[in-house]
Design a binder for this molecule. Sequence first.
Ligand code: ADP
Ligand code: MG
Length: 238
Amino acid sequence: MSTMTLRNVCKSFGSVEVIRDVSLEVDDGEFVILVGPSGCGKSTLLRMIAGLEDVTSGDLAIDNRRITNVPPKDRDIAMVFQNYALYPHMTVAQNMGYSLKLAGWSRADIDKTVGETAESLGLGPLLGRFPKELSGGQRQRVATGRAIVRNPKVFLFDEPLSNLDAKLRVQMRSEIRDLQKRLGVTSIYVTHDQVEAMTMADRIVVLHDGLIEQVGAPLDLYDRPANLFVATFIGSPS
Ligand code: ADP
Ligand code: MG
């Protein structure tokens, strides 16, 4: 169980400021959705939290431990990407166990953890398959499984459902939420889809040009949008 803190986080690429003074506290076990139009800085913010991108200024902390300059692998953070590239030459079991192998786990411990995680995601019967033998939804589940095997303190999702068709997307929304609740992992989930945000989030953070416009529960944003941008963005069909 963990809290994730962002304190006055800024990011510039050259002279272009893409994240402007973002502060946010994500509670233990909370599922926060970061929403905003394409190019507003969502992926950049997640990548900084994961350590894949340096922060220009500001601080990040998990449970009050400053992680701003901690290498990605030591942050206890797992991330699921939009293009959840699975290793094509590895089976589902090997894909899910790879990070454990790199971390020096024994074969028996890897098999046990991968087996249990696969069971919890309904992937038990698929452990011997290769990615090309899986459906889009199954691949998404493997990518999620690969991220959770190391029992991270914080879970990051960057538009994980955007490559799936509409029907599967709706189904996977509740799968992800059910899993997250079961594990109780503090999570930050990025989407540009307002419906996804409204239906999945404990709290929504609306980002616009690198600035937070509003933070609140879905109904708060819907009933009391802070400004015209939030009202228009939340109210418009995706
Ligand atoms: P989003 O995920 O919300 O669509 P991004 O975080 O990908 O937005 O991008 C935010 C802004 O930062 C965009 O203007 C984008 O062009 C710019 N940007 C992202 N990565 C880089 C980079 N490595 N170098 C320069 N500009 C970048
Ligand atoms: Mg993005």
